[in-house]
Design a protein around this ligand. Structure first.
Ligand SMILES: Nc1ncnc2c1ncn2[C@@H]1O[C@H](COP(=O)(O)OP(=O)(O)O)[C@@H](O)[C@H]1O
Ligand SMILES: [Mg+2]
Length: 242
């Protein structure tokens, strides 16, 4: 039996803006086991990003329990949380969040610096993952010199370089055309088959359907949580037939 890497129990999040309150999460409960490929789907404003921020310990819940690798995050110090974010979790965002003043290689080396790894080893590890995402021939480029799909591949390499147990991706294909989005999705599938747990937020039905499990969120509540047989998105079939 695979072990539980993410456990959310009755998690709530209330944002307070002046006098008004936004109930972004109204009591979310689910667990994710090592090696799963889960999609979180739901309309804009339903709480998907808030949910990801809770899993990734980028923000604290208003109530409930968030457990990562068996440890309750509320009981961890800021330093322990920073280490968890750096070593256990890799993040991928819609807008890539690459540092514009750094080269591709430097961007991917950066997370390793916080681990105190010596430079030659940082270079070696970064080149290794950049090869896996087929970006090894763009090492000295700046992010502004890359296409959207290339930027996202670099961002994925940066998320993978620390060999995290979990990759969290919030709308990773949201800024890409469907063909490039599919290439990014295939990359996630490849990373997942090597054992990394993946949680991906998307409102692309094709991408959601290609996950092994789909959690649907509506207005801060889980509407459904179902195992599914992954189907290939239609544009993948179109490409195969071409
Ligand atoms: N930092 C914030 N401060 C105040 N309200 C927020 C904040 N982040 C999100 N919200 C609100 O919480 C709700 C859920 O947002 P979000 O989790 O970003 O949804 P989604 O990612 O599904 O589009 C929305 O009503 C949004 O306006
Ligand atoms: Mg969002």
């Amino acid at each position: 039996m695979a072990e539980t890497v993410i456990r959310m129990e009755n998690v709530t999040k209330v944002y307070k803006i002046g006098q008004s309150e936004v109930h972004a999460l109204r009591g979310i409960t689910f667990s994710v086991k090592q090696g799963e490929f889960v999609s979180i789907m739901g309309p804009s404003g339903s709480g998907k990003s808030t949910c990801m921020n809770m899993i990734g310990c980028l923000d604290r819940p208003s109530g409930g329990i968030v457990e990562i690798n068996g440890t309750e995050t509320a009981k961890m110090t800021e330093k322990e949380l920073a280490s968890l974010r750096n070593r256990t979790i890799g993040f991928v965002f819609q807008q890539y969040h690459l540092l514009p003043g750094m080269t591709v290689l430097e961007n991917v080396m950066l997370p390793l610096r916080y681990q105190g790894i010596e430079k030659p080893e940082r270079v070696r590890l970064a080149k290794e993952v950049l090869e896996r995402v087929e970006m090894e021939n763009r090492l000295s480029h700046r992010p502004s010199e890359l296409s959207g799909g290339q930027k996202q591949r670099v961002a994925i390499a940066r998320a993978m370089v620390t060999k995290p147990h979990i990759i969290l991706a919030d709308e990773p294909t949201g800024a890409l055309d469907s063909k490039t989005g599919l290439q990014v999705l295939n990359l996630f599938r490849e990373i997942n088959s090597a054992g990394t747990t993946i949680v991906i937020v998307t409102h692309d039905g094709g991408i959601g359907a290609s996950a092994n499990r789909c959690i649907r969120i509506f207005d801060g509540n889980i509407q459904s949580d179902e195992e599914q047989i992954p189907v290939m998105p239609f544009y993948a079939m179109a490409e195969e037939n071409a």
